[in-house]
Design a protein around this ligand. Sequence first.
Ligand code: FES
Ligand SMILES: [Fe+2]
Length: 446
Amino acid sequence: MLLRASLVKEPPHFAPAADCVRIHASPMLDPAKNKLLTSVGRGTPMGDLLRRYWMPIAALSEFDSQSIKPVRLMGEDLTLYKDMSGTFGLVDRHCPHRCADMSYGFVEQCGLRCNYHGWLFDRDGRCLEQPYEDVAQPEAGFRDKIRIKAYPVESTGGLIWAYLGPQPAPLVPNWEPFTWKNGFVQIVFADVPCNWLQCQENSVDPLHFEWMHMNWSVRLKDKGGPYSPRHLKLAFEEFDYGIVYRRIREGMSEQDPMWKVGRVCLWPNALFTGDHFEWRVPIDDENTLSVTWCFSRVPKDREPYVQEQIPAWRGPVREADTGRLISSHVMNQDFVAWVGQGTIPDRTHEHLGTSDAGIIMMRQRFLKDIEAIARGEDPKATIRDPEVNRCISLPIADRKNLTEGQTLEEIAKHPLGGGQLSDYVFQAGQPREVREAYAKAMGLPE
Ligand code: FES
Ligand SMILES: [Fe+2]
């Protein structure tokens, strides 16, 4: 299914395929559908659909210095831990005895113990010990009747993933970049105070690049120009793992990788640009965890390079002094758009144009997949075949450079990679130690 949204007049022969989304005079989203698509709690249609996918919730390296972390995911308060055997578990935030906060518990060789009366639980939710009951009434088997809510967790790509859906769980996608070598990877979080859907709609909105990232940045620097080349033509195409979007800007031909290959709105809640993923993980209906996995290929003369630890950091969203949203970095600019749309935007007020064709396509796919899971089918981009999951290839416009490498001089000249040598351009707040580790990996002067 290919859908073109063009600012230049299409040739007269162009006619959208029958299954194309209607992009002109598209119906506004009615209040019921808006609520349906934005509600993520258990038992809601969209919440149940999103629970069919693994969600990144933390970084492995966060557990080098701590063993327990409270997390909130799709409206559920949970406790993520790494026990003394190195096994991760994700259990309810509250103890089934008398509701104490499990994130203040302590880990054992196997499992997590509540700090209030010592009940111990394993990663499957079984109660392994009830210290007093085990002495006072060992024959009662009380602990065999107790379970704490528990969800599976796995680690891939330096991230910890959680699955809150029905069994059997699909596989955690092994996206191709997770298998790449000779790269410096960093994981970046941000707490964004709005619903997840508008964040994900941004993943299929190529036009904003011109205005929000290019032209606004020009004006933020107190410059009147020059402005970025204009978008002339957009196309959106659904594929197995999401929607590919393609663009032609002034000065570009249809041979440009941004048209021939494009970029990816990755299912169900991410953007994939080639060297980085950005997941929009629903914390609850009104908050989203932004999770970035960013790969920087080291220069050829630094190979072979093996990264010992993938650092993770959390960037601020607001300026400390004014409380205004930060606008200096690429994703912070996106946050300005998302938060500015309102905690949960009233989509009945929208006026969608041709540039929004991918957004309409995405919403329609979600609505169809809500029906699919009600019929007992798997939704889009469910991966169950281990052979397929050995390495899932994705469209990558800059594939050659990322997989074969470049010299430092070539990286410096690259329109996308060059800027990153002097700063982490995607998000504000990179800690000095992460910058230093990056500079060391890249062979930059300290
Ligand atoms: S509340 Fe957790 S053991 Fe009592
Ligand atoms: Fe953006």
